[in-house]
Design a protein around this ligand. Structure first.
Ligand SMILES: O=P(O)(O)OC[C@H]1O[C@H](O[C@H]2O[C@H](CO)[C@@H](O)[C@H](O)[C@H]2O)[C@H](O)[C@@H](O)[C@@H]1O
Length: 386
C-alpha cells in the first residue's frame, strides 16, 4: 500500500542546527589569540588553556543551540514600521515547505479516498495540537469548540490522546471519558482490556478501573523510575528556584523544565543546572520540546511505541483495513510519525506554521486548523455512511 502524497519525502534527523560545537570543535580546543598567550619559565611558547567550564559542557552537547531553536523567531519591524524582507522570505520558505508536506485540508480528498472502507484510528497530541501554546502550562486550556470537535470525532473513530503531560492532567484538560489516554510521552497508558492480550506476568501491565468504574489496563513501562523521577523533580525545583520565570513540572514518569518565561540571558544557567543534575543519573536522558527541557528514563519507549500498544489493545494492529492518523506538533511526536511512515501504516500530520524537518506526511498550521480537520472527518464519515 502506498500512503505517500506526491512528493519526495526524505526522512530527516534532529533539527538542532549544525555548528562548530556539534562538530566537536569545542571552544577549549581552539588556540587563543596572541594577547592571551604567554611565555613559560622555560623557552617554550605555551598556550594557556582555560579550564573547561560547565557552559562548555552544555554548549558542546548542543543544548543551547536546541534551546534557541525551539520556537519560531519573532517577527521584526524595520524602521519604516513595515515587516522587513525576512517575513517575505519566511512566507516563501513556508510555501515551499507546504509543497513537501501538503496541508491535510488540501489533501483531504486524497486522505479520505484512501480511507474508504477502512477504520480510521485517531491519535492526538495535546499541547500545540488541541490547545494553543501559552506562557503558563497550567493554563493551556482547550476551547469548548475543540472539545466538541474531539467528542464528535470520537463517536466515529477510536480516539486516543498521547501527551508528554502527566496522564491525570491531560485527562482533566480534555475532560472526555470516552477517549483513551497516554501520558508521560506514552509511558503511562490507560487502555481497554483485551483478555487475549493481557499478560498477567508483566509487572508493567496492571488491571485497574477508570473514573467511571470501567475495567482498564494500565501500562507503565517506566514504573521502576518513579522514585528517581520524583527525586530529580525535587532537586530541579530547588535549583531553579531563584531563576525568574523557570517552572518545573512533574509529569509522573518525566519532568519538564520550562524556560519560556525566563530571560534569554539565563537560559545557559538553566541548561547548566539540568546538565549537572542529570550527570548524577545516567539512567535518565534529556529531550527538547517547545521552550522546555524534558528529562525522562532511558528506556526504549516513546509516543511511537504507545501508538503501537494502543492499536494492539484496540485490536487494530497490523490490519490492512485500519488507517491510523496521528496529529502532533512537537519533536516527541516524530517517533509516532516515524512508526506510521515506516511500513506505510498510516498518516502523520505535523501541526506547524513554520517549516520543520519531519517524518509526517501532511501538515496543518495550528490548533484551529486541527479543529476544522476533525470536523471535516466527521462530516465525511456521515456522508460516506449514507
Ligand atoms: O506532548 P504534548 O501534549 O504536546 O506535551 C508536551 C509538553 O507540553 C507542555 O508544554 C508546552 O506547552 C505549554 C502550554 O502551552 C507551554 O507553556 C510550553 O512552553 C510548551 O513546552 C507541557 O507543559 C509539558 O509538560 C509537556 O511535556
Amino acid at each position: 500500500m502506498d500512503l505517500k502524497p506526491n512528493h519526495n519525502s526524505p526522512v530527516l534527523a534532529d533539527s538542532v542546527p549544525v555548528n562548530k560545537s556539534r562538530l566537536g570543535l569545542s571552544s577549549n580546543l581552539v588556540p587563543y589569540s596572541a594577547s592571551a598567550t604567554g611565555y613559560s619559565s622555560g623557552m617554550y611558547l605555551t598556550i594557556p588553556r582555560r579550564k573547561p567550564s560547565k557552559l562548555d559542557d552544555v554548549r558542546a552537547s548542543g543544548w543551547l543551540d536546541a534551546m534557541q531553536s525551539s520556537s519560531p523567531p519573532r517577527k521584526k519591524l524595520n524602521k519604516d514600521f513595515s515587516f522587513d524582507s525576512e517575513l517575505d522570505e519566511a512566507e516563501s520558505a513556508y510555501r515551499n515547505w507546504v509543497m513537501k508536506y501538503p496541508s491535510a485540508f488540501t489533501s483531504f480528498e486524497q486522505i479520505t479516498t484512501y480511507a474508504k472502507g477502512k477504520k480510521i484510528a485517531l491519535f492526538l497530541d495535546y499541547d500545540g495540537t488541541l490547545s494553543p501554546i501559552v506562557d503558563n502550562p497550567d493554563r493551556a486550556f482547550m476551547s469548548s469548540a475543540m472539545r466538541t470537535a474531539v467528542r464528535n470525532v470520537a463517536k466515529h473513530f477510536p480516539t486516543a490522546i498521547i501527551s508528554g503531560r502527566c496522564r491525570d492532567k491531560v485527562c482533566e484538560f480534555v475532560g472526555l471519558a470516552e477517549l483513551h489516554y497516554a501520558g508521560s510521552h506514552g509511558m503511562d497508558i490507560m487502555g481497554p482490556v483485551r483478555e487475549s492480550e493481557f499478560d498477567s506476568d508483566n509487572p508493567n501491565s496492571i488491571r485497574s478501573t477508570d473514573k467511571q468504574g470501567k475495567e482498564v489496563i494500565l501500562f507503565q513501562p517506566a514504573s521502576e523510575f518513579l522514585p528517581m523521577i520524583d527525586e530529580v523533580f525535587r532537586s530541579l525545583v530547588v535549583s531553579t528556584n531563584d531563576i525568574k520565570g523557570a517552572k518545573v513540572e512533574n509529569n509522573k514518569f518525566c519532568v519538564s523544565v520550562h524556560y519560556r518565561l525566563v530571560d534569554e540571558e539565563f537560559w545557559p544557567t538553566i541548561a547548566e543546572i539540568v546538565h549537572d543534575i542529570l550527570k548524577g543519573y545516567p539512567k535518565l536522558k534529556l529531550t527538547h520540546g517547545r521552550k522546555v527541557l524534558e528529562i525522562r528514563p532511558v528506556i526504549d519507549w516513546n509516543k511511537g511505541k504507545a501508538v503501537e500498544f494502543l492499536l494492539e489493545s484496540l485490536g487494530l494492529n497490523n490490519r490492512d483495513d485500519v488507517l491510523p492518523i496521528y496529529v502532533g506538533d512537537d519533536k516527541t511526536d516524530e517517533d509516532a510519525f516515524k512508526v506510521l511512515r515506516e511500513g506505510n501504516r498510516g498518516y502523520g500530520i505535523l501541526v506547524s506554521s513554520i517549516p520543520k524537518e519531519t517524518n509526517a506526511l501532511y501538515s496543518l498550521k495550528d490548533p484551529s486548523e486541527v479543529k476544522e480537520f476533525l470536523k471535516s472527518l466527521v462530516k465525511w464519515k456521515k456522508t460516506a455512511a449514507i
